[in-house]
Design a protein around this ligand. Structure first.
Ligand SMILES: *[C@@H]1O[C@H](CO)[C@@H](O)[C@H](O)[C@H]1NC(C)=O
Ligand SMILES: *[C@@H]1O[C@H](CO)[C@@H](O)[C@H](O)[C@H]1NC(C)=O
Length: 509
């Protein structure tokens, strides 16, 4: 695999511009035991009006990951454009959280990415830097009522774009960071569980071997490892090959595919139910130097420069790494393969393109004999194979780079991975806003407001009322039980059984 990555895949013309506490694994296991599967969509924060949060099919995604806050400082993450926090812009982060939570979809900020990982190493290496990083994340979660932290360090001990600081003890330091982060999340959100996930190289950790021995130590503190089983072969190699093979073909291409990548993390000590498999909603083009042998994806190809991909492709310069520059990425987003005349149906190529299907790597590929271009990609057939595997192996689920690259056909193909989940319910998103006050707002329509009275023995706490907005710390009685508000809420019925809710059960009255 090229140390290629999810952010590199986004290269387009338009883009060109408390620590100290020891976390208890028990607290992690104590969270509501959930067998729910995940379907996670990464959502780039540089799309603006081209693809706004309102276009996301939230009903199908269990999580949306907002990518990226970049770790190009040794202390706290950085946002490249604070305009995304404008409450009124339709592309903004507040709008995303509002729409996602209304649909019961969790939102996590992803820190890092291909061009946003230059200073993870010095951050993780210093206790005070880690504390600053953790505080930033905790404060962000409190402010926006988000649901956890995703770390996309590309890569500990292994250089991504070539400008990242790396150190031999990156993995060990990352493990300390994760433990401290878990402890802080538990302390700050004792009854509102926050997730920790990491996007990881298909081969643990992608750097010099052996480092995989450090993997098991992460497991008690982590919700998921997201195995990036894409960007596996591409124009960085002088032989063409599949972008996201299901199985690798021994002796051809990079030696790991989706199956082997998942297995390598299981072998390193991660249980299957903490692994999400990576899905690409894009393909990669290469120009062959020979006429393609139609029986194989592995043909001699121009390297390292790929041809221009879809209509959004163009020159790209990593602004944080001058040597990381390319005239084109060769990326073809699925939605553009469908709209720009390459595929007239999900499985029908338009001439001069010819479609092939490789039943070892379980991936389709297109070849254009007039310009010798080859495109490896995924379609509903190949994604169905990966989805079936994820279900049969009991993986946590699947994650996708990236939401906007699909026209709905691919999401439909992978959605069965969450078919066994119960229906999602809205996530109550009180952000402790300054305007919320614990006053009765009334039921509207001019009806008189019933002043609730408390339950005897509940220390004078008034009875919970549906129309009342409650601040964190407020106490109410409800059905003979006393509850304390963990954060702002309105209209959320107190329930001792709801470990995820705003109301924390205190005692029977
Ligand atoms: C490059 O391609 C060749 C031939 O398919 C393969 O054997 C090799 O592993 C590839 N190298 C990398 C780094 O992927
Ligand atoms: C793969 O495809 C070839 C050619 O269509 C077919 O003969 C072969 O049986 C297939 N192999 C598998 C494992 O499906």
């Amino acid at each position: 695999m090229r140390f290629g990555s999810i952010l590199f895949a986004a290269a387009t013309a338009t883009l060109c511009y408390l620590q100290g506490a020891v976390a208890s694994p028990v607290s992690l296991e104590a969270r509501a035991a959930s067998t729910d599967k995940v379907l996670i969509g990464y959502f780039p924060n540089w799309l603006y009006g081209r693809y706004t949060p309102s276009m996301i099919d939230f009903g199908k995604y269990t999580h949306v990951y907002y990518a990226f806050a970049i770790q190009n400082s040794p202390t706290t993450p950085i946002w490249q454009d604070n305009g995304i926090f404008d409450t009124y812009v339709q592309y903004g982060f507040p709008k995303l959280v509002e729409l996602a939570h209304a649909a019961g979809t969790k939102v996590l900020v992803s820190v890092g990415g291909w061009s946003g990982s230059t200073h993870f190493s010095p951050m993780a290496a210093s206790a005070s830097n880690r504390a600053a990083f953790i505080k930033w994340n905790v404060d962000f979660i409190k402010q926006w009522n988000t649901d956890g932290v995703d770390i996309d360090w590309e890569y500990p001990t292994g250089k991504g774009p070539g400008c990242n600081i790396i150190a031999d003890d990156d993995v060990a330091n990352l493990q300390v960071l994760i433990k401290e982060l878990r402890a802080s999340l538990t302390t700050n959100f004792p009854s509102n569980y926050k997730e920790i996930s990491m996007a990881v190289h298909i081969d643990p950790w992608g750097g010099p071997k052996p480092v995989s021995s450090g993997v098991a130590g992460f497991v008690p503190y982590m919700d998921r490892f997201h195995v990036m089983a894409f960007d596996v072969n591409g124009a960085w190699n002088s032989t063409s090959g599949p972008n996201a093979p299901f199985n690798n073909q021994p002796g051809f291409g990079y030696p790991l595919g989706f199956v082997q990548g998942v297995q390598s993390w299981i072998d390193a000590g991660v249980p299957a139910n903490k692994i999400a498999g990576g899905i690409a909603f894009y393909g990669r083009a290469q120009t062959l130097t020979v006429t393609a042998d139609p029986t194989t994806q592995y043909n001699s190809a121009v390297s390292p420069a790929p041809p221009l991909g879809d209509s959004l492709d163009g020159p790209w310069q990593n602004q944080f790494c001058s040597s990381d520059i390319s005239a084109a990425s060769g990326v073809w987003r699925w939605t553009n393969m469908r709209s720009q005349g390459l595929l007239t149906s999900p499985t029908t190529a338009a001439a001069p393109w010819v479609r092939h299907y490789d039943n070892i790597t379980q991936t389709p590929w297109l070849y254009n004999p007039t310009n010798k271009q080859f495109i490896s990609y995924d379609d509903p057939i190949s994604l169905g194979v990966k989805t079936d595997f994820a279900v049969s192996k009991g993986l946590a689920g699947l994650f996708v780079w990236s939401i906007e690259q699909d026209n709905g056909e691919l999401l439909k193909a992978i959605h069965p991975v969450v078919a066994s989940n119960p229906p999602k319910t809205p996530i109550v998103s009180g952000t402790a806003s300054a305007t919320a006050t614990a006053t009765t707002t009334g039921g509207g329509g001019g009806s008189s407001t019933v002043i609730p009275t408390g339950t005897p023995g509940c220390g004078g706490a008034t009875a919970w009322a549906t129309g009342t907005a409650y601040q964190a710390g407020a106490q109410v009685s409800y059905n003979g039980k006393l509850y304390t508000a963990q954060w702002w809420s309105q209209g959320e019925t107190p329930s001792a059984a709801n470990a995820w809710g705003a109301w924390k059960y205190v005692k029977d009255c």
